[in-house]
Design a protein around this ligand. Structure first.
Ligand SMILES: Cc1cc2nc3c(=O)[nH]c(=O)nc-3n(C[C@H](O)[C@H](O)[C@H](O)COP(=O)(O)O)c2cc1C
Length: 177
């Protein structure tokens, strides 16, 4: 990250809105501290980042999302001097790709798209996708990895991570009511 491309840090930001409201003598804290506004802030930042990604890739640049900044959001906040109500969410590195890699195989459509209600077809097993992903990793890592997707995700979710987040989010004035 330090040596390649440019690192953007995307944040949920209601600081500006709260400052604006002061000019009208309005207290917006109850609204800003709601779970709804927390979701609005996170959704908007994710939309902006994905648009930046699509634009960058359309220009031949490469991107990598960096969830790793959430290992230490207090440190990120201090480094970037983020005020209360500015919640750092994730990074996005944009740069000139060192090499072209194949697109990672996507989940079968019937697992992510439902019409007129949620109908997960349990008969559609993921074995085929697991095989596909396994050979993708094998090829991409020169044989170092051959994870199956279902195993990888179940294993990852079985180990709680960054459990300080609830407290941190609240300390930034989000998701409190
Ligand atoms: C939300 C999100 C967070 C990610 N965080 C990191 C990260 O912290 N460090 C990293 O090296 N890659 C990170 N990645 C990138 C993944 O490691 C991986 O390269 C990518 O998801 C592979 O899929 P792709 O072929 O669609 O790019 C992240 C990806 C996503 C979607």
């Amino acid at each position: 990250m330090a040596d390649n491309g440019h690192l953007f840090v995307f944040c949920a930001d209601f600081y500006r809105h709260e400052e604006m409201a002061k000019a009208y003598n309005l207290d917006v804290s109850e609204s800003v501290e709601s779970t709804e506004k927390f979701m609005v802030g996170v959704i908007d930042a994710a939309l902006a980042a994905q648009n930046m990604s699509v634009a960058a890739e359309s220009m031949g640049l490469g991107i990598c999302y960096i969830g790793g900044i959430r290992n230490d959001l207090q440190g990120v906040s201090e480094l970037l001097q983020l005020p209360h109500r500015v919640l750092p969410l994730f990074g996005l590195v944009v740069g000139h790709p060192a090499k072209e890699t194949d697109q990672k195989p996507r989940l079968p459509l019937q697992h992510i798209y439902h019409e007129n209600g949620y109908h997960l077809d349990h008969s559609t097993h993921l074995e085929e996708y697991d095989e596909l992903i396994s050979s993708y990793y094998h090829e991409r890592t020169g044989g170092k990895r051959q994870d199956r997707w279902t195993e990888q995700i179940a294993g990852m979710l079985s180990m709680p991570k960054r459990m300080y987040m609830k407290q941190f989010v609240e300390s930034k004035g989000y998701n409190k009511r």
